[in-house]
Ligand binder design. Sequence first.
Ligand SMILES: [Mn+2]
Length: 343
Amino acid sequence: MNTLQITGMQNYSTLLSVFERYHNFALSTHINPDGDAIGSELALYLFLIEMGKSVKVFNTDPVPKNYKFLPSWEIIEGVKAVDTYRPEVLVVLDASALARIGKTLSKTLRPIHKLVNIDHHATAEAFGDINLIMPSASSTSEIVYKLIKHSQTPIGKACALCLYTGLMFDTGCFRYSNTTVETHRIAAELLEIGEFAPDEVYRNVYEQLPVAKIRLLSEVLSTLQVTDNRKIASVYATQAMLRKTGTTLDAVEGIVNQIQAIAGVEVALCVSEMTDRSTKVSLRSQGQVDVSQLAAEFEGGGHARAAGCRLVTPYLTALTTLVQTAQRYIDRSPSEDMDCRKD
Ligand SMILES: [Mn+2]
C-alpha cells in the first residue's frame, strides 16, 4: 500500500484533489464519539455535499443526545446501514487507529479506491492511503477547518457551528494546553461566520445531564484516593454503581477531569469495571508525566496529557498497577512542563 504522510500546506491540495476526483464518499469516526469526532465528520460531510459529492456517514455508536443540536446529525447511520455499500473514498476522522471505528465497521466498510485518515492524536497510526496527521493541531476539527480554508471554499454557517463545537470540545472550552492564539483566531472566525451564541453551544454540549449521571458522579467520587505524596488521584466505577444509578459506561467519561483539579495532583486516573471483568482506564496528566507513554505500556494510547488503555485484570488490581506505574513515571520525570495536548 502506498502510504502518503502529509503535513505541509501543499499536501492539503493532494487530499483536495482526491476529493475532486471521486464521487462517492463515506465518513466515520471513533467509537463513543465526542464533540470533535462528530463535529469534524459533520463539517467534512457538509463540505463534501457543497462540492456536489454523494456522502454517507457511518458510526458504530449513535450520536450522543448532547450533539443533536448540530446541523445534519440525523444523516449519521449505524453499522447495519453499510450493508453492501462501498464508497470510492472512506475518510476516517479522529480515530488513532482503524479498529477504533469499531470492530465490525472496520471490517465491513471498505473503500474501493482510497482510505483517508485525518487525525491529531500523537499516537495516530498511519493506516490510510493518505494520512493527514497533525499532532500540533488542537483537534481534528481544526485540521478540517484548515483543509476547507485551503480549498478557498467559503465555510458555511452550519459547517462553522460543527467546527466550533469540535474545537471547543477538544480544547476543554479553550483551557487546555493545546489552546493557542491560533485556536482563538479560528474560533473567532467561526463565530463570525456561524452567528451562533457560544453560551448556547456550551449549554447544549455540557449542561444537558440526566440526574442519573450526577448520582453516578457522587458514587464514583466517593471512591477517591490520593497517594501520600498527593501526586496521584484515583477513582473507580463499578458495574454495581452503573446498575444502581441506571447509567451506562459512557456516563463515567469526564469524571477523571474533576479529580485532576485537585491541587498538586500530577496524574489523575479513573478505572472502570467492564462487563467482561476487564478494566478500562482513563488517564490525565498536568504535564510532568506523558500519560500516552504510560498508557502505551498497556497497549493504550492518546495524548501526553490525556490517554487511555484497557487491562484484562479486575478493576482493583488494575488500579494498584496503574498507581504504581504512575508513581514510577513521576519519580523519574523532570518537573518542568511539557508542551503537550489533550484529547
Ligand atoms: Mn479529537
